[in-house]
Write a protein that binds this ligand. Structure first.
Ligand code: PLP
Length: 386
């Protein structure tokens, strides 16, 4: 089918919930995709922050092919070698205190289960999240989302969600007490325009949580699995070395195969019993093969180091470009701040066959490239921006 035919069919049969770019993706390799019209695009949005290992990484593809010939799926009612290995591998790259994995299918589901674990373990109901944070679109996660219009879309909201100001400890202190089950946050607020907080903020959050017995949850759906040049934000220098009680993740975890997870420390995992949580597809074999291969590919190809090098390179060159007033973020999660609205810049880059992302800050263009993106490929963006 050509683009016009694809567009017509999709517009007719799919509920129109997304504003789409006028291209149809057909195949991909590394940081590149090819369209139905045979045109090549540089994907600096990484398939919506999902394709951390690049499109169709050969190791991931080979593992999926191999697994699909053995067993596509069986649920958690049976043991599985591939699930056992995936959970072990995931725990091995996590901060030391996070020793158990809960396996699910998406970011919002990981967050719902993290909040549920916090409530179950503490016997409390209140959840503190932050202005500008995005946590997903199912009932509890959208109620925890204080960014733009999203929370309203989830009405009626789940009760007992309250909002603190991101980066402002006083506002957290005014809400924190023995009635709070969890404080949950995106350690870098991606959709809000790649907003950051100082390491000190996370250190103090940890102290507040320890003081009141509150569960600290990092939503690392975007920052996890190597995106910042660290396996996770939690436990890294970016967080002042502190580790949350639960890290949630999805997006990059399966290189495009839908999969989510919570990594949980002993204190909280010890309180969760058989049948307290569950999901049919969580821990399925195909998804688990994708998890193992994704983590191996990131390791084997030294993508954490590459993500750091990409950031350094971009920061160096972007500061010479007029109209750019700042660069935010870490590794391969970067926000380029312009002194003007960036929607026309996003559109112009697309004309030049470079895919980037916007954010809810009108002046901030978002980059979420595959962690394997090459410096020469990043140079194409710099040239186009010039
Ligand atoms: C930080 C964050 N949390 C949660 C989610 C929800 O993830 P999913 O769309 O996989 O449910 C997203 C999705 O964009 C996200 O960016």
């Amino acid at each position: 089918m050509n683009f016009t035919e694809i567009e017509k069919l999709e517009e007719h049969f799919q509920l129109a919930t997304y504003a789409k770019m006028n291209i149809a993706a057909e195949r991909g390799v590394g940081a590149w995709i090819w369209t139905s019209e045979g045109e090549k695009y540089l994907d600096l949005y990484g398939g919506h922050a999902v394709c951390a290992t690049g499109h169709c990484h050969p190791h991931v593809v080979a593992s999926l092919k191999n697994q699909s010939e053995k067993l596509l799926f069986y649920s958690n009612l049976v043991y599985s070698d591939v699930r056992a290995q995936a959970a072990k591998k995931l725990v091995s790259v996590a901060p030391e205190s996070l020793t158990k994995a809960f396996l699910c299918n998406s970011g919002t589901e990981a967050n719902e289960n993290a909040m549920r674990m916090a409530r179950m373990a503490t016997g409390r109901e209140k959840i503190v999240t932050f202005s500008g944070g995005f946590h997903g679109r199912t009932a509890d996660s959208i109620s925890a989302t204080f960014l733009g219009k999203y929370r309203k879309l989830g009405k009626p909201n789940v009760p007992h969600h309250v909002c603190a100001e991101f980066g402002n400890l006083e506002s957290v202190r005014s809400l924190a007490d023995e009635t709070v089950a969890a404080i949950m946050l995106e350690p870098i607020q991606s959709m809000a325009g790649v907003r950051e907080a100082a390491p000190e903020f996370f250190v103090r959050l940890r102290e507040i949580c320890d003081e009141f017995g509150i569960c600290l949850i990092f939503d690392e759906v975007q920052t996890g699995i190597g995106r910042t040049g660290n396996w996770f934000f939690g436990g890294s220098d970016l967080a002042g070395g502190i580790t949350p009680d639960i890290i949630t993740m999805a997006k990059s975890l399966g290189s495009g195969v839908p999969v989510g997870a919570c990594l949980v420390d002993e204190k909280f995992s010890a309180k969760i019993k058989t049948n307290d949580l569950g999901t049919t597809f969580g821990g399925g074999m195909l998804a688990m093969a994708a998890v193992i291969a994704t983590l191996e590919a990131i390791e084997n190809d030294e993508m954490l180091e590459n993500a750091m090098a990409v950031e350094k390179h971009l920061r160096g060159y972007l500061k010479e470009i007029p109209n750019i007033v700042g660069v935010r973020g870490k590794g391969c999660l970067l926000g380029i701040e312009f002194n003007e609205k960036c929607t026309p810049i996003h559109a112009k880059l697309l004309e030049k066959k470079i895919i980037t992302g916007t954010s809810s800050d009108a002046n901030v263009l978002r980059l979420l490239p595959p962690l394997c993106v090459k410096i020469e490929e990043i140079d194409l963006l710099i040239e186009a921006l010039r």
